[in-house]
Write a protein that binds this ligand. Sequence first.
Ligand SMILES: C[S@@+](CC[C@H](N)C(=O)[O-])C[C@H]1O[C@@H](n2cnc3c(N)ncnc32)[C@H](O)[C@@H]1O
Length: 218
Amino acid sequence: MARLHRLPLEALRPLLVEVPHPRTPAWRELSATSRPLSWPELFGNDRPVEIEVGSGKGMFLINAASTRPETNFLGIEIERKYALLAASRLVQRGLANVRLACTDGRWLLEYGVASESVQAIHVYFPDPWWKHRHHKRRLLTADFARHCARTLRPGGLLHFASDVAAYFEESCRLLVEAAGLQPVTMAETSDGAYLSHFERKYRLQGRTIYRGRFLKAR
Ligand SMILES: C[S@@+](CC[C@H](N)C(=O)[O-])C[C@H]1O[C@@H](n2cnc3c(N)ncnc32)[C@H](O)[C@@H]1O
C-alpha cells in the first residue's frame, strides 16, 4: 500500500461517524443516551452492511469496499491516529460505500447496532493481551461474542483471524458456546490474498494464520 499521510479533518468528515469515544469526558452520558445507528441514514441506501471491528490502517476496508461496491462497510477503530489514516486512504480512493467510527467496538456493537441488522462482521488479528491481568482489554469476550450474534442477520457470518493459536481457540469456543454461532470453516493458511495489514506482516514473518467463519443460523 502506498505511503500516505493524513488528510485534513475537513476532508475526512463525510466518512467519519459521529460517535462517543471512551476517552472523552462525556462518554458516560453519551453512552446512556445513544441510540442504534440507522444504516439508510448513514449510507444513503438500503444495501447490506458489514462491520469490521479493529480496522487498523484500513487495508481490509479498502479491498472489500472497492471490490464489493454493492455492500456498505463500517469500520470501527479505537485508536484515532489509525482511524484517521484509514479514513485518509479511503477518501483518496473515493469510496462511497464505507464509513469509519473511532470508538470502542465493544461499546458500539452493544449500544449502536440494532439486532439482526448486519450481514457480516470481520475481526482480524485483535490484540491478544497476553498477560492474565490484561485479559479484560481483549476484544473477543463472551459479551462481545453475544453482541456479534445478536446484531448479525440470520444467515450472516462472522469472519475471524488470528496468529495466536490459544486466543483463536478460546475465541472460537466463545463464539460457539456463549454466542450460539455455528462454525462453518476453520483453516490454517499460509497462502492466498492477504486479508489485512497484520496478515501480510505475520505471513511475511512465517507465522501460521488461523481463520474461522461462523454462521448465525436462520
Ligand atoms: C493488531 S491490530 C489489527 C488491525 C487490522 N485488523 C489488521 O488485521 O491489520 C488491532 C487493531 O484493533 C484496534 N482495537 C483494539 N481494541 C479495539 C476496540 N475495543 N475497538 C475497536 N478497535 C480496537 C487496535 O487499535 C488496532 O488497530
